[in-house]
Design a protein. Sequence first.
Length: 162
Amino acid sequence: MLHKKEELLSVLTDIGIAYTNHEHPAVFTVEEAAQHQSGIAGAHSKNLFFKDKKKNLFLVVTLADKPIKIKEVAKKIGGNNMSFGKPDLLMEVLGMIPGAVTPFAAINIKDHDVKIVLDEEMMAHDLLNFHPLENTATTTITSKDLVKFLEHCGQTPQIIRL
């Protein structure tokens, strides 16, 4: 069963994670999201879903303005000939549409092995911002609580410098 925003926020509350939720129009790119970040404290992110030629899956989370070179990231995270996951695979594995990808989608991972990679530079920020399973809002939590949430979902993130 895929979770929705309200269920995610309830889980955050249930496991003792404080958050602030900010509603805004739907955004599909980092550039569109930037238009709605005024007054939202913390670092903003981009979330990239990859598949490699061995069918390994990766969710890479980094700072919104950080340039990413897929071949360099692949070497750092153990990917082999990585490419972006197709929308149908994204929906099957994370329950997300393109433009709404978020580490909060870990709550939807059930029958797939997804390596979650968090950028060390992003994790150095106290507050982080992600979509709460839909791209019509931004949810702020602490970096420590992001790890707590992922572990609650049975995921052990890899934190490396991208």
